[in-house]
Design a protein around this ligand. Sequence first.
Ligand code: VLZ
Length: 134
Amino acid sequence: MPVDLSGTWNMVSNENFEGYMLALGIDFATRKIAKMVKPQKVIKQNGDSFTIQTLSTFRNYLVQFKIGEEFDEDTKGLDNRKCKSLVTWDNDRLTCIQKGEKANRGWTHWIEGDELYLEMFCEGQVCKQRFQRA
Ligand code: VLZ
């Protein structure tokens, strides 16, 4: 994997976060606040080991994993569900499948030009986010 996603990234666009949150069953009040925030991604990539922090004024979220090793994810502070999550490289795309109560749930990260892309999907909804280096 030649790609290194490491760095501090600021969100510059966020498409259909509302649809994604609705698919996750996030309540109205939380959605109203969450759609206003512009989270920062702090990614640490060390060989096959990753730490991804999503930081915002409203909520923070941390996930740590190794490529190819399924782990128990508790989406605490988001939709508060338990998932069996697995992250792999799909060519140069870092792709996570989050098995659990929600069908077709996961996300994928990649770099294009100087930008970091993220697509988060759940039950047919796709949220597209773009980040630039801080
Ligand atoms: O990111 O799954 O980078 O975990 C929104 C936080 C983003 C703001 C949530 C408040 C995490 C939300 C996104 C309140 C409901 C995510 C993965 C890929 C790593």
